[in-house]
Design a protein. Structure first.
Length: 387
């Protein structure tokens, strides 16, 4: 048909034949067959595309890629990213359910700032103050009082004045919260099980997509190496000559270095870092009773970046009130949350994964925005605020 153009939506009838051996294309699923068209019906026409969608790579600058999101999502390689992401989410759900967790659905509008900080989006809610949640933390802790083990997918919002390759203003979190856990090491076992199982299964489910994208399978160990923060900083200092042995957290460069060490020394793309300073963690984080300067907290790093954070929680009502006071967190807005502890919550803890970050690192993408269907940041809500 002379008027048939690229990106037209068409219905084609014909005969499927084997391709001549010289024309077989092993890179695509239909590479061994061809369709001899007998009837073509145009369902919808397309205007001329602003760039070549037939190219193997789009090779567009990130702003252009996102400015034309409805179009670029159709490209085979971009589509593959989100097929893999769907398998990450599927594999998280399977791992959480293997631990006996029940899926729950929590709100994204709250009366309080989850962590007591200022990096929240404030709403006028029928004439009352409300906030988009920074995380589902308060609600998932309430839910373990009822269901004991829960997991959830939640959108979380942070009004951070930050434009980096690893931050977004809206992200998808995948959380587990588990009650009747008193041993810190047990929580680490659960964390590492979910993390490695999720990435491992997602990689298996996505073999074709990862091959198509030219991505190697991740190195998943039988046992994830564990380091306290200060131990990790000593290793980093030896590796790089840096003097950041007493910083309260790892820098992005530190995360990259310690992950390179874990891969070299332990054959692992994962490493767990524990015992961050108590004063730098949220009020609900339990201090280590053996050394209260440090907390029973943890980050799971994967391929050079933190993909998960969590802790054992303070579950004693009076201690929680004391920690809130120390952190300058006003009880107002936390009344429902505090009921949970006033009337008895068992020892518990949990962790939270970032869906976009995992997708970015699993596929070797250079920017987390590439792993978000419709990214929100300081410069964009669908459309750029300035061009």
């Amino acid at each position: 048909m002379a008027d048939l153009g690229t990106q037209f939506a068409v219905e084609v009838e014909g005969v499927v034949n084997a391709r001549p051996e010289s024309m077989v294309n092993d890179k695509i699923e239909t590479g061994k067959v061809e369709l001899a068209a007998e009837r073509i019906k145009i369902l919808s026409k397309s205007e001329e595309m602003p760039f070549d969608m037939g190219a193997e790579e789009l090779n567009l600058e990130l702003p252009t890629l996102l400015d034309h999101r409805p179009l670029t999502l159709k490209h085979p390689k971009i589509k593959s990213i989100f097929k893999v992401q769907a398998n990450v989410a599927k594999s998280f759900r399977e791992a959480a359910e293997e631990l006996g967790c029940v899926e729950v659905f929590t709100p994204t509008i709250s009366t309080s700032a989850t962590e007591g900080g200022a990096e929240v989006f404030k709403l006028d809610y029928y004439g009352h103050d409300a906030f988009l949640v920074q995380s589902p933390q308060l609600y998932k802790q309430i839910m373990v009082g009822a269901l004991e083990r829960v997991y959830l997918f939640s959108h979380a919002y942070r009004s951070e004045p930050s434009v980096t390759t690893r931050h977004l203003s809206e992200v998808v979190q995948m959380d587990c919260e588990i009650a009747f856990v008193e041993k810190f090491e047990e929580l680490l076992d659960y964390l590492e099980f979910v993390g490695t199982e999720m990435v491992g299964k997602a990689s298996e489910y996505s073999k074709e997509e990862m091959k198509f994208l030219g991505v190697e399978m991740p190195a998943i160990p039988k046992k994830v190496p564990r380091l306290r923060l200060r131990e990790a900083q000593e290793i980093i200092a030896k590796e790089t000559g840096s003097g950041r042995r007493y910083d309260p957290d790892l820098t992005p460069e530190d995360e990259r270095v310690i992950c390179e060490w874990a891969l070299r020394e332990h054959g692992s793309d994962f490493v767990t870092i524990t015992h961050f300073p108590t004063k730098k963690r949220a009020f609900y984080t339990m201090p280590d009773p053996k050394d209260t300067e440090f907390s029973l907290s943890y980050d799971l790093l994967f391929k050079g970046i933190e993909i998960c954070s969590g802790s054992q929680r303070v579950n004693n009502y009076e201690e929680l009130l004391s920690r809130m006071k120390e952190k300058g967190v006003n009880k107002q807005g936390f009344e429902m949350y505090l009921q949970t502890f006033k009337y008895g919550l068992p020892p518990e803890g949990g962790f939270s994964f970032g869906l976009e970050r995992i997708t970015m690192k699993l596929l070797g993408l250079s920017n987390v925005r590439e792993a978000s269907l419709f990214p929100r940041d300081m410069e964009r809500v669908d459309l750029r605020f300035s061009s």
